[in-house]
Ligand binder design. Structure first.
Ligand SMILES: NC(=O)c1ccc[n+]([C@@H]2O[C@H](COP(=O)([O-])OP(=O)(O)OC[C@H]3O[C@@H](n4cnc5c(N)ncnc54)[C@H](OP(=O)(O)O)[C@@H]3O)[C@@H](O)[C@H]2O)c1
Length: 336
């Protein structure tokens, strides 16, 4: 690709800002500007918002996104606003109307037909009509619980069961992560806020199961998801929260996909303050395999990397609403 790829970031929060800082280093990307609604960011210099000094481009308000995107003509919009497709839909519509491809970190967009089948169909049609591609990805969903285990099964002639364990030290993650995992809440507050959708902990167990299934050509008969808080036994502290004994210091979550009565895919997440960072994929197949990252996969920077590395892939992918299944051999992009 000879010309630089023109990129806009939609949602300049913790992840959007991290992506912005990293794409300005990429000689194959031309970073145009960012869109947000936060009054502390809109109208300010993007470089100052992300903490790198002036860049002479201002953050645009979402209300002006239609006109801005039409004039700016980005090849790709990086969408880092929200988890749920119903909330993301108006922003994605604006990108599609401007004929921009989208790489989004919205967890439910990793396999949107599971939770939002009608919106997924609508989005697919709009994207095809406007000849653009829409992809949901990130570290998880997008990699650890789905693309990675599916990729590892490439060397198996038979797969009986896939088990993935992701263990995270929650104290090392960004503020929105620690907040949505309920750190420092009482167990009752955690339950209430989860029920009201005010916090979510991890979203995407089912999307990852459906994504693996689609990649391997399997049909799940049942998918279950569960999350419960881990309670602190001693005082704990992160950069953002002081946690007293009896308060939430993390979560234990689970997604299981069944074929008949048989558990075929098991995805386990343990994210808590002080927890060891590691990822493990265990494939019971022929041959058997255990893959382990002893460092874990640092989620925020890994999400930024996944999104950036998928930019050129999306430009070559089929038009419409796609998933990581449609991206052939995901990899780091060192140069084009
Ligand atoms: N798939 C994955 O692996 C993965 C990994 C990391 C993150 N994520 C997801 O990516 C999303 C972004 O994460 P984050 O930590 O960066 O969240 P964040 O810090 O809350 O950033 C979101 C930004 O978007 C802004 N915003 C809200 N509504 C908007 C709109 N209509 N138009 C433009 N901007 C708008 C927010 O402003 P206000 O603060 O004023 O609302 C905020 O600045 C989250 O949903 C997160 O769960 C997914």
């Amino acid at each position: 690709m000879s010309e630089n790829i023109r990129v806009v970031i939609y949602g300049l929060g913790a992840i959007g800002a991290l992506i912005a800082k990293n794409i300005i280093e990429k000689p194959w990307i031309k970073f145009i500007s960012a869109i947000d609604i936060d009054p502390n960011k809109v109208g300010k210099d993007v470089g100052e918002v992300i903490g790198i000094g002036p860049m002479n481009v201002k953050v645009i308000h979402d209300n002006e996104a239609d006109e801005f995107l039409r004039e700016a003509r980005p090849d790709v919009v990086i969408h880092t606003v929200t988890t749920y497709l119903d909330k993301a839909f108006p922003q994605l519509e604006k990108c599609i109307r401007a004929k921009a491809n989208v790489v989004s970190t919205a967890e439910t967009l990793a396999y949107p037909w599971y939770r939002f089948p009608d919106l997924a169909e609508k989005l697919d049609k709009m994207a095809k009509d406007n000849e653009v591609t829409i992809l949901g990805t990130g570290v998880n969903p997008g990699f650890i619980f789905d693309t990675l285990p599916a990729f590892l099964t490439s060397v198996c002639v038979k797969v009986n069961r896939i088990h993935v364990i992701r263990s995270i030290d929650a104290s090392k993650r960004r503020y929105p992560f620690q907040k949505k995992y309920g750190l420092s809440l009482s167990p009752e507050e955690f339950k209430e806020k989860m029920a009201k959708g005010e916090i979510t902990a991890h979203v995407g167990y089912a999307e990852s199961i459906m994504l693996i299934s689609s990649m391997l050509g399997l049909k799940m008969d049942k998918v279950i998801e569960k999350q419960e808080p881990i309670i602190a036994e001693k005082p704990m502290k992160t950069q953002y929260f002081d946690i007293k004994p009896g308060q939430v210091c993390g979560i234990k979550g689970l997604g299981v996909g069944y074929i008949g009565d048989k558990e075929f895919i098991r995805l386990e997440l343990i994210a808590a303050v002080g927890r060891e960072d590691y990822d493990e994929v265990i494939i019971d197949g022929e041959p058997k395999m255990t893959w382990r990252s002893v460092y874990g996969t640092s989620g925020d920077i890994a999400t930024a990397a996944m999104v950036i590395n998928m930019i050129p892939k999306v430009l070559k992918a089929p038009k419409g609403l796609i998933t990581m299944k449609d991206i052939l051999i995901p990899s780091h992009i060192a140069s084009l």
